[in-house]
Write a protein that binds this ligand. Structure first.
Ligand code: SF4
Length: 197
């Protein structure tokens, strides 16, 4: 959904500790502010956007509330991308062609590769995404191995750590003929690390 005006809803709380995590302010529940599902929906309806990204932290640390929130936003006609670490069961989420689960598969550069719940791949559909965040060549090869050994039913995205230095990654994907999308983190080009953007 890169480039579309999007409202981000960022949940607080994640029990992974990726070495390159760029949202350390969202790792603890205490760093957040309490919102009810209805108050978030009301706020979203005031914004002039159709697309919403629910991200974290990891929204599935609060799976019941997140599933409820996604259902309510779908009821209101929004399209949703829900980002998750891949460490928690995604099957709790509502099924809709307006909900895309964007699920990370962690690589050695994150230090969190033991947390991958690859059984989640069976819960994903063709509108979903698997995302590899790639630190180096070792990560790239690890991602290729996972792609070779597992049936991935949806689009695959590769993004470099930091979201910008992607020349070598694009060259590697072309050389290996992989059917993946190589994407930057567009907001980092526009706003850098500024929060609230
Ligand atoms: S899963 Fe996401 S929020 Fe959690 S530590 Fe890793 S990058 Fe940070």
């Amino acid at each position: 959904m890169i480039g579309l005006p999007t409202l981000f809803i960022r949940t607080a709380g994640c029990d992974l500790r990726c070495r390159w995590c760029d949202t350390p302010y969202a790792l603890l529940r205490e760093q957040g502010t309490e919102w009810t599902v209805e108050s978030i929906v009301d706020e979203a309806k005031k914004r002039r956007v159709r697309d919403i990204c629910i991200t974290g932290g990891d929204p599935l640390m609060q799976s019941g509330e997140t599933a409820d929130l996604a259902s309510r936003l779908l009821d209101e006609g929004f399209r949703i991308v829900l980002e998750t670490s891949g460490a928690y069961d995604v099957s709790c989420l509502p099924s809709s062609d307006r909900l895309t689960v964007s699920m990370d598969i962690k690589l050695p550069g994150s230090g969190m590769e033991d947390r991958n719940m690859l059984s989640n791949l069976r819960s994903l559909g063709k509108q979903d995404q698997v995302k590899f965040i790639i630190a180096d060549r070792k990560d790239y090869e690890y991602a290729r191995k996972i792609m070779a050994e597992n049936s991935i039913p949806c689009e695959i995205i590769m993004t470099p750590v930091g979201g910008k230095e992607m020349g070598w990654l694009a060259e590697a994907v072309l050389e290996d003929g992989l059917e993946v999308r190589v994407l930057p983190q567009l907001h980092k080009y526009i706003w850098g690390d500024e929060r609230g953007r």
